[in-house]
Ligand binder design. Sequence first.
Ligand SMILES: Cc1ncc(COP(=O)(O)O)c(C=O)c1O
Length: 370
Amino acid sequence: MHVAYLDLRVNDTKHRQALLECFSKILQHGLILEGPEQLEFEQKLAEEIGVNYAVGCGSGSSALYLALKACGIKYGDEVITTPYTWIITANAISATGATPVFVDVKDDYNIDPDEIKKHITTNTKAIVPVHIAGHLCEMAKINQIADKHNLLVIEDAAQAFCSSLNGTRAGAFSTAAAFSMNPMKILHAYGESGAIVSNSKEILHNVKQLRHAGTIPDPDKISINLCFDISLNHKMDTIQAAFLLENLKRINSVWKKREEIAKLYDRELSELVTIPEIANGEIHGRYMYLFSCRKRNELRLFLEKKGIETKIFYSPLVCDADVYTTNKKKIPVANARRLLQQTISIPLHENMSIQQANYVVSQIKKFYGK
Ligand SMILES: Cc1ncc(COP(=O)(O)O)c(C=O)c1O
């Protein structure tokens, strides 16, 4: 049996038809950029997350960069983040001119609030927690530290669209947050896409200006070069907004299918491997299924031979990427380094059958002689 790590095909014929209709509608009205679907998507997204504002943009990377810029992060600032993330988290910080400061993670792959405290300096301006795989960071503790030291918190919620704690959604825990909606994400477009969410009108204004080359439209419609900030084009395509609106309608059923598979893995594998725990009242966003285990590399090869695709995240750690190693001394993030050696991600997506999930389980059990 073959089990793909991800499967981006749209197999449901009704859904495929609905997406094709979106395309057809946009070709008819012709508002290819900044069309009505973008505004509708932004309103629905803000409602869904439970914040005042949402702004669509060209990618999750743009979203994080714009959120940081809109919050005033700039050259000379230090921003505390995790080394256990995709490189773009740190690159977005660096692109503002600020310096990312990497602190260790806990056993659940998320940034360790106690480590954050140890790395605050007079230059620290913000904390960027990343909800890895869709599991929420300890936001209450992080916000408490931020309040005490007068720091901003900007969530990298790229992987956490469906995640919540006691009803508060990822993205609603901080001053501003960034989502990725690229085709791999649980709520996704069919191309690059992302969004910023916030309760602040000022951030809304800044982000809208920054996503459009630092300009705002001239109310007299005379000048098209009213530029107030140096920025590039980070706009969202109308077609992606229309696709996102369509996918938003079915997000609950997509999440439920992933949750069912994840729960099956939890039940069947918890005695063989170490699965990160989630908090009471937390709903896991189910972007990825990660666990740490013995003989990780051998397990990976074994599963590959059995037709099961797996992935290793995130190698090298961001702090070890060439661009972030300023001297030969390795940053002491021992837990992140240990997890990187022991962790594997197995298939978790809505196009998988329960039969395939059971096959994955049976092969992992076989590998460990159970
Ligand atoms: C943690 C994290 N941050 C940011 C991004 C950037 O999102 P995008 O690929 O939409 O630019 C991703 C994408 O996977 C991500 O995983």
